[in-house]
Design a protein around this ligand. Structure first.
Ligand code: HEM
Ligand code: HEM
Length: 177
């Protein structure tokens, strides 16, 4: 049964696992992968790791979404019809959408640059990915995702410490359920 003031334990577990995985991908993509020259012998392994990790994150996000759809979620944290409530609803949808769009653009890049042959060793990594449309989309979408996630974190902290409505309890691992 869904407790009406907290997410179920699996939902909470997935939230924090996905939060860690997305943060790691954002960090690794922008700080390790992007600055590494495509001629670097370590690039192939880094690309494979980044792509596989990203796809696994997407699969976990689908599982989290199904978990919430099947088991329900707590009643809204903000009063119904309030501006904060509407903003939270759309911000959460935007987070899901952006993560899938980032992964989708990654996969589109993999198709455009033919990662299948690169990973199989039958063709070489191109000199750069910069000319690919999907590469531009991936870069822009990851930046948008960072912005939305920063807003999400500020909003959670605002609830917790300014409104003082114990919002964080909703995402806390609990003993029952
Ligand atoms: C950085 C990666 C993160 C991602 C991808 C993420 C994603 C999400 C998503 C999609 C939801 C909506 C859940 C749903 O109903 O489907 C959510 C809710 C929530 N998140 Fe995060 N989150 C992240 C980080 C954080 C952090 C760092 C905090 C705490 C400071 C946090 C606190 C919360 C809380 C309290 C809720 C529940 C809000 C409510 O019940 O209205 N999240 N998160
Ligand atoms: C949650 C999933 C993912 C996140 C958060 C993420 C994040 C990032 C970031 C931040 C960058 C650097 C962008 C820039 O600074 O302009 C990047 C680059 C890249 N990502 Fe991802 N990514 C994800 C999934 C994927 C997937 C699934 C693939 C492929 C199947 C992929 C392939 C790439 C490639 C090829 C680059 C370019 C590296 C280069 O320019 O040398 N990403 N990613």
């Amino acid at each position: 049964m869904q407790n009406n003031s907290q997410y179920n334990r699996i939902g909470v577990f997935f939230h924090w696992l996905i939060a860690i995985m997305v943060s790691l991908s954002l960090f690794a993509g922008s700080q390790l992968l992007e600055p590494m020259a495509n001629s670097n012998p370590e690039k192939l392994g880094a690309l494979q790791g980044h792509a596989i990790f990203g796809v696994i994150t997407g699969l976990l996000l689908i599982l989290r979404y199904l978990n919430i759809k099947l088991r329900g979620k707590p009643s809204a944290a903000n009063p119904q019809g309030s501006m904060l409530g509407t903003m939270a609803k759309w911000a959460h949808r935007l987070i899901y959408l952006l993560i899938f769009a980032v992964i989708g653009s990654g996969i589109a890049m993999a198709i455009e640059a033919d990662f299948a042959s690169i990973f199989a060793g039958t063709s070489l990594i191109p000199e750069t990915f910069e000319h690919l449309t999907a590469r531009t989309a991936h870069g822009v979408l990851t930046k948008l995702l960072v912005l939305v996630l920063l807003t999400h974190i500020i909003a959670a902290l605002y609830h917790q410490f300014v409104i003082k409505d114990h919002l964080m309890r909703r995402m806390r691992w609990k003993r029952f359920d």
